[in-house]
Design a protein around this ligand. Sequence first.
Ligand code: HEC
Length: 117
Amino acid sequence: MLAVLLALAGCGAEPEQGGPAVRAAARELWQGRCANCHGVDGRGDGPSGRALARRPRDFHDAAWQASRDDEQLRRVIVEGGAEHGLAADMAANADLADRPAIVSELVRIVRGFGASP
Ligand code: HEC
């Protein structure tokens, strides 16, 4: 379905398409690179996250979810927190700048936490 939508939107030239493989890769990335701070379940309670002066927020917070659009989330993920007035502990993920499909799936993971308060 997503692949169809991407094709309809003219995104066929992207190096990576959404789909099960990209979704799995993003989930692996979340667990390997993000969950250490954000927690596997996005509560901001990963082992490193708990130790930060400014802890990552709870992604289940509906008011926060409503306060950000997807583009803002994409930017923070790729460019890091400091660039966007957030904690510098949220490092940039420059290697994802040319992997928009992976970033979309990471945003989808973050949004998914918002579905359950
Ligand atoms: C070293 C700890 C750490 C790691 C690793 C980390 N983050 Fe963060 N992240 C943070 C902190 C701290 C914040 C900002 C909290 C604040 O300033 O309110 C943040 C903010 C964010 C935000 C924006 C929240 C907002 O308020 O708009 C998103 C989205 C996000 N992180 C996603 C990710 C993703 C996806 C990954 C993995 C690719 C990741 N983070 C890796 C610590 C981390």
